[in-house]
Design a protein around this ligand. Structure first.
Ligand SMILES: C[S@@+](CC[C@H](N)C(=O)[O-])C[C@H]1O[C@@H](n2cnc3c(N)ncnc32)[C@H](O)[C@@H]1O
Length: 349
């Protein structure tokens, strides 16, 4: 991402956006503030929403593709954002999908070196820290991401032991997960992802489904945004911000809130049996720091999508942040987890 890039919020993060010097129909200046309570929706931690990068002018920008115009720089996700959301993610994950997954893994032919699990778009590695201690047996995790900075965090904070005390080892691989092939997944016991699908395109997800089906390995693809939020004390702007945010999610052909259903379709077309289970964040006073960052990202993305919202959204954000700081705000951010059981290669299980 270049200095002119911006980021965008996803179920779990952000995507790079090419910058425009001025907002459509505007100057990029902070709108007039008709009253003391106004929050700039553009002040966001990278990953939580469309944040300016250091040294970048705080203007509203347009995003057209996944990468910066003229470069192939990818999006950036601040490790602080991924760390902030990790406890809420852990709490939200759909435990109902674990038993069918355990049964599938138990039916795999035993291998001396245990299971090989590929976590794609691993970020700082929260999926492995959650899942490895919930599965029995030795595991080797292959952590994939295109951001070497995040891979470093993932490697140093990797899980060490399985539910039954067996050894867990990790390796990291830098690359574009949209290019994973069945060959690259050969011998894999499982593919996992967390807060990734919504920042992929339909084509990426089709390729992923084909790769998993070709390798005969199941996939646990978690925490995709569902496009629905509930905030305590409903506000007249809730709906408009939700719609603008959801539209922002789909810029550049990304799946956004369609991610889980698109993945279900893609895996089903490859003969997998698919289950989807809800995995909502339930945020209250104890998650105030996460809620505040999420709010900034959510509103910021909505304003980037609909610049005309900037002024009312700034006041809305100020009110919501005030309620959050006072411990009076509760938010449910809906996500979906998906388990796809592909037909095993070679007829096992
Ligand atoms: C929202 S973060 C989620 C990180 C982590 N799975 C978690 O749950 O905390 C999305 C991650 O996917 C990575 N990512 C997004 N698109 C990717 C791609 N096409 N290839 C490789 N990594 C990608 C980003 O670098 C980022 O680390």
């Amino acid at each position: 991402m270049t200095d002119q890039a911006t980021t965008r919020q996803t179920g779990g993060g952000t995507h790079a956006a090419p910058a425009a010097d001025t907002p459509p129909g505007g100057t990029g200046a902070v709108p007039d503030r008709p009253g003391p309570r106004y929050e700039d929706p553009r002040s966001v931690i990278p990953g939580a929403g469309p944040a300016p990068r250091p040294g970048e002018r705080a203007t509203l920008r347009l995003r057209e593709t996944d990468t910066d115009a003229g470069t192939d720089e990818p999006a950036r996700y601040a490790p602080e954002w991924l760390q902030l959301r990790e406890p809420a993610d852990a709490y939200a994950r759909a435990h109902d999908l674990l038993d069918p997954l355990r049964i599938r893994l138990a039916n795999l032919p035993r291998r001396a070196d245990g299971f090989t699990i590929h976590d794609i778009g691993c970020g700082t590695g929260s999926m492995g820290r959650w899942l490895a201690p919930r599965l029995d047996g030795a595991q080797h995790w292959v952590l994939h991401d295109r951001d070497p900075y995040l891979l470093h965090f993932a490697a140093v904070a990797s899980p060490r032991s399985a539910a039954d005390g067996s050894r867990v080892s990790v390796e990291t691989r830098r690359g574009d997960v949209a290019r994973l092939t069945a060959e690259a997944l050969s011998g894999a016991s499982l593919v996992t992802a967390s807060a990734l699908l919504d920042v992929l395109t339909r084509e990426d997800v089709d390729a992923l489904a084909a790769a998993c089906a070709g390798a005969g390995c199941p996939a646990l693809l978690t925490l995709s945004v569902a496009g629905r939020v509930e905030l305590s004390a409903p506000h007249p702007l809730d709906q408009e911000i939700t719609e603008a945010f959801n539209a922002h999610q789909k810029r550049g052909g990304l799946l956004g809130p369609d991610a889980a259903s698109a993945a279900a379709e893609a895996f089903s077309e490859h003969g997998a049996s698919v289950r989807i289970a809800p995995s909502p964040w339930r945020l209250g006073p104890e998650q105030a720091a996460l809620t505040a960052q999420w709010l900034r990202g959510w509103v910021g993305a909505a304003v980037e999508e609909r610049p005309g919202l900037a002024e009312p959204a700034g006041r809305y954000l100020a009110e919501r942040l005030e309620a959050c700081a006072a411990g009076e705000l509760r938010v449910v951010v809906h996500h979906d987890d998906l388990l796809a059981l592909c037909r095993p290669a070679g007829g096992a299980a």
